[in-house]
Design a protein around this ligand. Sequence first.
Ligand code: S3P
Length: 450
Amino acid sequence: MSGHGTPIPMTSRACGPLTGEANVPGDKSISHRSLILGAMAVGETRIFGLLEGEDVLDTAKAMQAFGAEVTNHGDGEWSVQGVGVGGFAEPDGVIDCGNSGTGVRLIMGAMATSGITVTFTGDASLNKRPMARVTDPIALFGAQSVGRSGGRLPMTIVGASDPVPVRYNVPMPSAQVKSAVLLAGLNAPGQTVVIEKEATRDHTERMLTGFGAEVSVETTDEGRVITLTGQPELKPQTITVPRDPSSAAFPVCAAIITPGSDVLVPNIGLNPTRAGLFTTLREMGADLVYENEREEGGEPVADLRARFSPDLKGIEVDPARAASMIDEYPVLSVVACFAQGDTVMKGVKELRVKESDRIDAMATGLRLNGVEVDEGEDWWIVHGRGHGNVAGGGTCESHLDHRIAMSFMVMGMATNAPVSVDDGGPIATSFPVFEPLMEALGAKIERLTI
Ligand code: S3P
């Protein structure tokens, strides 16, 4: 498991044009939710195209520990024999969610209203991250929790055996918190209401409806008001997981900055709550085209064609778009280095509490590679140098963060000197085939032995 094993230093160096097709894996957010909702349904859910990254595999193990039968049939096909809402058994051991904030926060929500006691832990990155954002709202349902100082893991949660429904205003833009409250609301009687000021990814709402729960969404002056009727019998589903736009971001951005490139990234989910990066790249002048736009399983999908874009310009990214591209700022900051002028990213405080402090991790690494960056608590500015003028040559710390590691590997494809990371191991949490996929396009990524 990443973060527990020996570090894997990696180097990426300038390559020829990237060409061909990049078949990226299944969506991480939808994969976690498929397993958790499958475990809370009555009967067998079948999942095609599940992301088999470490984060999702940890969630699969957790669902097994709660009494659901989870089976891997090979080729990305999985089944989950659910135990029903309120049917979780108390796990015998500690639930280790590895590197995954999504896994642990969603599972905490899902178990908070079943009268069981569960201890959660994770790797060194996850154990630093704030959990009060979930333990505060689940306390309103009647769950109790005891963790380390600062509301950090390891943490034990005593689920409410007699839960009450809740009305909760999510204080930060977070799909994980929204989802944790909705999942907790499943086993509370009556209606649970969750309000978010800014729209965040809406997979939980969509999937709850698909599993047969009664969910309504209204846009009001307060924001998005989501109302869930508790204690439904969830019906098992057959789910085809769309490919992950957050993983597609890496080959797309690599093609945009690498001279001569032309890469097709097929079947990418373009749910508007996820597609902000692609809009931003086009505003910067990237040659990025949506081909074969269609609907699949109620989600907009397209094939993305990304080509080398020599005339990128820095822009001020619309802060209203932040939630829809929150995981993509690290790789956007790499593209910004190859643009002319400044790229200004505001309203992004949440980046400081991801798998790493992503503003700090990227700013430090970009500076090591000859790029100037300014930063404040909730903003940062990358001073673009334009094509051919980005030095490279730095060895950056990935801080147990898959997206930091992949972003620097993408950077090295177009810098004058190679770019290295101290540990590419975390890439396996979300994009286990990143290296072979990028190499098949023409990238030169090497693992160094230490
Ligand atoms: C996710 C929500 C986001 C995102 C994470 C996946 C989800 O986190 O960064 O990678 O699947 O709900 P926050 O809810 O903390 O913004």
